[in-house]
Design a protein around this ligand. Structure first.
Ligand code: IFM
Length: 765
C-alpha cells in the first residue's frame, strides 16, 4: 500500500454509525458548542473541534489548545486563575495565485465533521474549497495521542479537482502571544512561560508535504511557519502531515524545549502511521475495559459511547499533579477548575474501569493537602479543608463575585462555605481503596487524606447546649441556600468521613503498626483526639426526623415556602431566575440533588424499608435541576429503587445536556460530571451494582427496551465481564483475569472462577 493509500484509509471514519458523531455544514450559532462536543483530548492536551483552515483576519483568536495544569493568573487585581490557552498548532492557510483562500466555513460548499469515538480522532471530509480558478477537495484528521500524550498529529489530504495555477500551503501556529509569554520562538520550536505561576511550555513541530507521493521541501517562512508552493493540476493528490510535541514544566527557570524536540524526534521516527497505530491501539484497549454495550436502545448506546469517549479523553494516569476540571480540557468555563464533580461523579467510572487514572486523580488531592491544611487553618479549624475550586496548587480559586443573569453582582460564598468537598474527597479515597485493595496507595496517601479531613470535621463541629454537635454556616450541594445550619448531606458525609478515618486508624494500627506510629507521630494524632472524633461522630446532628424517616435538608428547611415546580414545567431559565434569588432562598426549591445525593452515595444511611423511597419522593419534585450534575444523580437513585421509567427519563435528560446543548452551556466545554453521571446511572443504577468485601453484587432493573447490557469492571486486581440479558432474565459474569471471587445477585452468592462460565437468574422471586 502506498503512503497515500494508507493515509486515505485512516482518513475514513469508523464505518459503524454507532461509533461516530457527525455534523454537516456550518451553523454559526452552534459552532461553539460543536467545538466542545467534538473536542479531542488525552488528559494532557485538549483541542476543541474548531476548523483548522484560516478564516482570514480575525479580531479574536479563539482558544483551541489546552494543556492540563497550565494555570496562570492574568493580572494581579480581581484575577481568577485559570487554564491558559496554548498556541494553536493546527493553523493552515491556502493561497491560490498569491491570493489567500479565506475559508469562511460558511462558504465551503459541503462539509462534514466526524468525531470518531472508537479511534479518538476528529475528521473532516467533503470540503470543497472553491476559488475562481481552483477546486480542491479536502479531508483532514487530527488526534492527540493516547499512547504518547505529548504528541499531536494533523493529516490533510487534498485532491485538486480543477485548476492549473500556482498554489501555496502555509502551516503555522496561531496565537503565539495569546496567553503566555514567549521566551523563545525558533523555526521548529516555541518555548513560553506563564506570567506568574512559574510554568513553562514547549511545543516542537514538524510539518511535511507530499505531492503525488513525492516529498516537497518546505520554504521556511520564519518562526513556526512553513510553506510550500507549486503549480497544481487536476488530479493531483497532496498529503500534508504535521506532528507536534508538547511539554509542560512546572519547575521555574527550566527550558523544556529540548525535551519537546526529543519527543518530536520519537514521533517522527514512528511516522504518522506508527503514531496513529499506537494511538488506535491505546483507544482499543480503553474501549475493551470501559465500553458499555446496550442492545435495544440506539440512542442510549450513543449517549454512553459519547460519555465514555470524553471520560477516557479527560484522564491522564501518568500525571499526579493535575485533576479534571468541570469542563475537562474542552473549554474554559470555570477556568479549568476542579470541583467535587471529579470525586463524586467521575471517580466511580475510573475506579471500576481504569484504576490507574483514579489513583492519579486522588494523588492530586494528596499533593494538594498542604493547601487544604492551610485553608482550614486560615479559617480557624484544624485538619484539611479542600478548596471548593482547585487548580494547580490546591489553593482556593473560587471567584468572590460573579455577574448574575439580571446583571447584578452576586457574591459567591462557595469558596468559604461549600465544605462538603472535604468529605467527598475522603469518600472517593475510601471507594478507591475498597474497590482496588491498593494498600500502597492507602499507606502513601489515602490514610493521611482520611485522617486530615476527619480532623477538619471534628474541629468544625461544635458541641452545643443541646448536647449535640452542629455544623453551622455552610452551603450544601443545593447551592440556592447559603449560610445554612446542619445540612444533612454535609453532616452525614462528615460523620461517615470521621468513622472511616477511625476505621483506618484501627486498620493501620493492626496491620501496619510501624506505618501507624510514623503517621500518627507526623500528624501528632493521639488517643485523646481519636476519642474526641468518636464522640463528635456520635453526637453530630443529621436532620433525620424519626417520625417520617425524612432527613431535613438543613435546619428550618421544612418551614420554608413549598412551591409546586410542576406549575413551572416548560420554563427555559433556572428557577432562581424565575423566582428571584431571595424568594428561592426562602423556598424549598432545591437547585440539585442534595438529600438525594446522600441517598445516592450512602444508601445504608437510609434505614428501614421505606426511608429511601420516602426521601426520594419528597425531594425529587422539589428539585429544579439547576445544575448539570443533578439529573444523573436522581436517575441513579430512581434506577436503584426500580423506577426504571423515571431513571431512563433522567438518563436522556443528562445525555441531552451536551448532545443537544439543552442548558445552552456547552459552548464553554462539555459537562464532564454529567457524562460521568451517565455511566454511574447505567452501571451503578440500572444494574444495581455494588461492591462487597468478597466480590460484586448486582440487582438489575434495565429499561424495558434494553434487551441486554454488557460491560467490564475491575475489582481488586481482577477483570470481570458482566452481561445481563433482560429477555432471558439471566446474568452471565465472566472472570477474565484474577483470583476467584464471589458474584451475587441480590445477595445470593456464587463463586466465580476464570474459565468456568456462570449463568445466574436475575428473576425476582
Ligand atoms: O460542582 C458544580 C456545582 O455542584 C454546581 N455548579 C457547577 C459546579 C461545577 O460543575
Amino acid at each position: 500500500m502506498t503512503e497515500q493509500e494508507a493515509m486515505q484509509r485512516v482518513l475514513q471514519p469508523t464505518s459503524d454509525p454507532a461509533w461516530v458523531l457527525n455534523v454537516d455544514g456550518y451553523d454559526p450559532l452552534r459552532e461553539s458548542s460543536i467545538e466542545s462536543r467534538f473536542a479531542i483530548s488525552n488528559g494532557f492536551l485538549g483541542i476543541r473541534g474548531a476548523r483548522a483552515a484560516s478564516r482570514g483576519a480575525r479580531w479574536v483568536v479563539p482558544a483551541r489548545t489546552y494543556v492540563a495544569g497550565l494555570f496562570d493568573v492574568s493580572g494581579t487585581e480581581h484575577a481568577t486563575p485559570g487554564l491558559v490557552p496554548a498556541a494553536d498548532w493546527l493553523r493552515v492557510r491556502f493561497l491560490a495565485a498569491g491570493e489567500p483562500l479565506l475559508l469562511h466555513p460558511g462558504d465551503v460548499s459541503s462539509h462534514r465533521m466526524t468525531l470518531d469515538l472508537r479511534r479518538g480522532a476528529l475528521l473532516s471530509r467533503g470540503s470543497r474549497l472553491k476559488a475562481p480558478e481552483l477546486g480542491l477537495h479536502a479531508q483532514t484528521l487530527r488526534l492527540v495521542s493516547l499512547s504518547d500524550r505529548a504528541i499531536g498529529l494533523q493529516l490533510i489530504q487534498l485532491e485538486v479537482e480543477s485548476g492549473a495555477i500556482d498554489v501555496t500551503i502555509e502551516a503555522s501556529f496561531e496565537g503565539v502571544e495569546l496567553g503566555l509569554i514567549a521566551d523563545r520562538l525558533d523555526q521548529d520550536l516555541g518555548v513560553w512561560r506563564t506570567a506568574q505561576s512559574g510554568k513553562h511550555l514547549a511545543m516542537a513541530s514538524e510539518p511535511s508535504l507530499q505531492i503525488d507521493g513525492r516529498v516537497q521541501p518546505p520554504t521556511t517562512l520564519g518562526k513556526l511557519t512553513w510553506s510550500w508552493s507549486w503549480k497544481c493540476r487536476p488530479g493531483q493528490i497532496v498529503c500534508f502531515q504535521r506532528f507536534v510535541a508538547v511539554v509542560r514544566s512546572d519547575i521555574p527557570d527550566t527550558d523544556p524545549g529540548r525535551e519537546a524536540r526529543d519527543r518530536l524526534q520519537g514521533a517522527l521516527h514512528l511516522g504518522w502511521s506508527g503514531v496513529f497505530a499506537a494511538h488506535e491501539a491505546a483507544w482499543t484497549k480503553r474501549w475493551h475495559h470501559s465500553g458499555v454495550e446496550v442492545d435495544g436502545d440506539a440512542a442510549a448506546q450513543r449517549a454512553l459511547r459519547f460519555a465514555i469517549y470524553h471520560l477516557t479523553s479527560a484522564a491522564n494516569p501518568a500525571d499526579e499533579s493535575v485533576s479534571i476540571g468541570a469542563r475537562a480540557l474542552t473549554g474554559d468555563d470555570y477556568h479549568g477548575h476542579v470541583f467535587w464533580d471529579t470525586e463524586i461523579f467521575l471517580l466511580p467510572f475510573y475506579v471500576l474501569t481504569w484504576p490507574e487514572a483514579a489513583r492519579a486523580l486522588l494523588m492530586y488531592r494528596f499533593h494538594t493537602l498542604p493547601a487544604a491544611r492551610a485553608k482550614a487553618a486560615r479559617m480557624g479549624w484544624r485538619g484539611a479543608l479542600y478548596a471548593w475550586e482547585s487548580a494547580a496548587t490546591g489553593a482556593e480559586m473560587t471567584p468572590e463575585e460573579v455577574l448574575g443573569p439580571d446583571r447584578q453582582v452576586i457574591r459567591i460564598l462557595c469558596g468559604t462555605q461549600e465544605q462538603h468537598i472535604s468529605a467527598d474527597i475522603a469518600y472517593a479515597v475510601w471507594q478507591y481503596w475498597h474497590a482496588t485493595g491498593d494498600d500502597g496507595f492507602l499507606l502513601e496517601a489515602g490514610a493521611e487524606i482520611l485522617l486530615e479531613t476527619a480532623r477538619f470535621w471534628a474541629s468544625r463541629a461544635t458541641l452545643e447546649a443541646d448536647g449535640r454537635c452542629h455544623i453551622r454556616g455552610v452551603i450544601g450541594p443545593d447551592e440556592y441556600h447559603e449560610h445554612i445550619d446542619d445540612n444533612a448531606y454535609t453532616n452525614v458525609m462528615a460523620r461517615w468521613n470521621i468513622r472511616r478515618a477511625l476505621d483506618i486508624a484501627a486498620a493501620l494500627r493492626e496491620r501496619w503498626p510501624a506505618c501507624w506510629t510514623a503517621l500518627a507521630g507526623r500528624l501528632r494524632l493521639d488517643e485523646a483526639e481519636l476519642k474526641l472524633w468518636r464522640s463528635v461522630a456520635d453526637t453530630l446532628i443529621d436532620g433525620l426526623q424519626p417520625t417520617t424517616g425524612l432527613f431535613e435538608q438543613f435546619a428550618g428547611y421544612f418551614g420554608l415556602e413549598d412551591i409546586d415546580l410542576a406549575k413551572y414545567a416548560g420554563r427555559t431559565v433556572p428557577m432562581d431566575v424565575v423566582l428571584g434569588r431571595e424568594r428561592t432562598q426562602q423556598s424549598q426549591v432545591v437547585k440539585q440533588a442534595d438529600v438525594v445525593a446522600l441517598l445516592g452515595l450512602l444508601p445504608e444511611e437510609f434505614k428501614g424499608e421505606t426511608a429511601a423511597a420516602a426521601n426520594f419522593r419528597y425531594y425529587e419534585p422539589r428539585c429544579s435541576h439547576g445544575s448539570s450534575l443533578s439529573p444523573a444523580m436522581h436517575g441513579l437513585v430512581a434506577a436503584r429503587m426500580g423506577d426504571t421509567e423515571m431513571a431512563l427519563r433522567f438518563f436522556h435528560r443528562t445525555a441531552d445536556i451536551d448532545l443537544a446543548d439543552t442548558q445552552v452551556a456547552t459552548d464553554g466545554g462539555i459537562h464532564i460530571a454529567a457524562l460521568g453521571g451517565i455511566w454511574m446511572l447505567t452501571v451503578l443504577g440500572f444494574t444495581g451494582l455494588s461492591l462487597r468485601d468478597d466480590g460484586i453484587d448486582i440487582d438489575p432493573h434495565l429499561p424495558g427496551d434494553w434487551h441486554s447490557l454488557a460491560f467490564r469492571v475491575q475489582w481488586r486486581g481482577r477483570c470481570l465481564k458482566i452481561s445481563i440479558d433482560q429477555d432471558r432474565q439471566i446474568a452471565e459474569p465472566t472472570l477474565e483475569a484474577g483470583e476467584p471471587m464471589m458474584f451475587s445477585v441480590r445477595s445470593k452468592r456464587h463463586e466465580l472462577r476464570q474459565g468456568a462460565g456462570l449463568q445466574v437468574s436475575t428473576a425476582h422471586p
